[in-house]
Design a protein around this ligand. Structure first.
Ligand code: 1GP
Length: 258
């Protein structure tokens, strides 16, 4: 069994930034699925996240296809308990800490916990923080919670640190899929500075410049999905960009170690 969380920690220690492509099973079908698989095969990201806040399509067959065709690690990113699958390598056990809806703080976890434990899938408890992305997001609508305002860095940090103290293993700053504005760099920096856990950032990233800006601000892992649903050819560009960022960061890190 892979130890994915340990790998994430080791990469982070070596200043190795990580990149994930998010596939929403409702969107990733037909010709979009074929072109996405082809792009992932030719240039694989560190991780493939599968899930969505409103996904209704079962995820098993998509994950099986990814495992057959693509040399990457598949991590479940479920919008609710029904998206659990034993086929994935790991599960982000997300708790929507920015909201006050008990269903997404603990309810869905109770629904799925015994099946998850029996499956032996690697579980990575993750504090999930929805940040205002400039327009109402599916997460906001489905969870009936309010996002953290974009200029409230202290609230984001306090929530992230609460995740850490509760024993969660990662924190995810989420602007919402297809957000019109990404998580502000200032907020990423602020949270990164006060948090000891790996930091995931996603939502609304459409260009490699935005990817680099998120890495520069302190994101350890950046997730991009929506833009690839219409432009799967961009996957390769993003993976190449992330790999060159990693190579430069690793070189600088080993020079400072010498
Ligand atoms: C959404 O953070 C992810 O949950 C990725 O966002 O789909 O906008 O890239 P996009």
């Amino acid at each position: 069994m892979k130890n994915i969380y340990k790998t994430i920690l080791l990469k982070r220690e070596a200043n190795h930034k990580m990149f994930a492509v998010l596939l929403d099973p409702d969107q990733c079908r037909g010709s979009i699925l074929s072109s996405t698989i082809a792009a992932l095969k030719s240039n694989a990201p560190d991780f493939i996240f599968v899930g969505g806040s409103h996904a209704v399509t079962p995820v098993d067959s998509l994950i099986e296809l990814l495992k057959e065709e693509v040399n990457s690690t598949v991590i479940l990113f479920p919008g609710n308990a029904s998206q659990f699958s034993t086929k994935a390598d790991a599960l982000l056990y997300l708790s929507l800490l920015s909201g006050r809806n008990a269903e997404f703080l603990i309810g869905q976890h109770v629904t799925s916990s015994v099946a998850i434990k029996k499956s032996n899938i690697e579980v990575i408890p993750t504090g999930y923080l929805l940040i205002d992305g400039g327009k109402p997001s599916s997460v906001e609508y489905i969870s009936n919670t309010r996002p953290i305002p974009r200029d409230k860095n202290e609230i984001a940090l306090s929530t992230a640190v609460a995740a850490e103290l509760l024993g969660m293993r990662m924190v995810y700053l989420e602007a919402g899929s297809g957000a019109s504005t990404v998580v502000p760099a200032e907020m990423i920096k602020y949270v990164k500075h006060g948090l000891s856990l790996p930091l995931i950032v996603g939502g609304g990233i459409k260009t490699t410049e935005q990817l680099i800006a998120a890495f520069d601000a302190g994101a350890d892992l950046v997730v991009v999905g929506n833009v690839f649903e219409t432009k799967s050819e961009l996957i390769s560009e993003f993976v190449t960009c992330a790999k060159s960022y990693q190579a430069i960061a690793e070189r600088e890190f080993s020079e400072t170690e010498d």
